[in-house]
Design a protein around this ligand. Structure first.
Ligand code: SF4
Ligand code: SF4
Ligand code: SF4
Length: 272
């Protein structure tokens, strides 16, 4: 039973968040929301331990579709980064601010960029594309993410500074337009660079939060250097160009790891 410790721990962490927010915010929604996400993540890890090939994709679809369709389209919550700025400007600790705090800022200290591997609805679509492993060398254009980050902030700031009417409605349409734009650019870049995750590597503004926080992540892939025979299989299957055989925090592309465990699955020596 020891091997099932991780899904149980993840379920317990999310259940603790669910109950705490339910009580603090006096809103049953948080109990449902975080219990559902915790269950989906625990299920994915459980299936992975049972060696089910598409375990990660199961969680990604369960969480991604829930956030995109239910929270975004049905409940009209803008869960993109613009929604985060929106709630910060209104001074309310609700929806997108809670989501960002848990999944993309403080949560990344525990589970790194697990969000990117198991929950993001943008990557949920990009991961269906044919270039699961990049076929071309990485480009040095990651600075674009800072531009998209600033644009998203200025967009919401401008709405508040100009006191436009129906700002909630604008945020809803911004969610739809933003997602369509992300999908179009993400799919275009994937084919251009022959890399499903090109959008994540160069454009996504959320990585401005995720990368520095995941540097300190508790959960990370490490290598048993006594077992490793330097065959390089792990690096061949990594979608994010991480040097996972280097155990230091400063390893190459270390803050890009999405915890997909493709390297672990493919290591012939069980060294990861
Ligand atoms: S980098 Fe951005 S688009 Fe890619 S998975 Fe993470 S949050 Fe989603
Ligand atoms: S696949 Fe395993 S044995 Fe081969 S280099 Fe990677 S960690 Fe070492
Ligand atoms: S293959 Fe390994 S190092 Fe690369 S992103 Fe997946 S878990 Fe991280």
């Amino acid at each position: 039973m020891n091997k099932y410790r991780l899904p149980v721990i993840m379920l317990a962490i999310f259940e603790a968040i669910a109950v705490t927010l339910w009580i603090v915010k006096d809103n049953l929604f948080y109990l449902f929301n975080f219990s559902y996400i915790g269950f989906s993540i625990a299920l994915g890890i459980f299936l992975f331990i049972r060696k089910y090939k598409n375990a990660r994709r199961v969680t990604q679809l369960l969480v991604g579709l829930y956030m995109l369709v239910y929270l975004g389209l049905i409940c009209n919550e803008n869960m993109q980064i613009e929604g985060f700025w929106y709630y910060l400007f209104t001074g309310v600790f609700e929806a997108a601010t809670i989501h960002y705090a848990v999944a993309k800022i403080f949560g990344a200290l525990i589970f790194g960029r697990g969000w990117c591997g198991y929950a993001c609805w943008t990557a949920m679509v990009l991961d269906f594309l044919p270039y699961k492993v990049p076929e071309r060398p990485r480009k040095k254009i990651g600075w674009i993410r800072y531009i998209t980050f600033v644009i998203s902030f200025l967009f919401v700031a401008a709405l508040f500074l100009t006191h436009v009417d129906h700002i909630e409605r604008i945020m809803f349409w911004a969610f739809i337009t933003g997602n369509l734009l992300y999908y179009a650019v993400g799919i275009g870049l994937a084919f251009l660079f022959r890399d499903n995750r090109a959008f994540c590597k160069y454009i996504c503004p959320i990585t401005v939060f995720l990368k520095p926080m995941s540097y300190f992540s508790l959960l990370r892939v490490t290598c048993d250097t006594d077992e490793c025979v330097s065959c390089g299989k792990c690096k061949q299957v990594c979608p994010m160009d991480v040097d996972m055989t280097d155990n230091s925090r400063a390893r190459k592309n270390g803050t890009e790891c999405i915890l997909c465990y493709e390297c672990v699955r493919n290591c012939p020596k069980n060294a990861l």
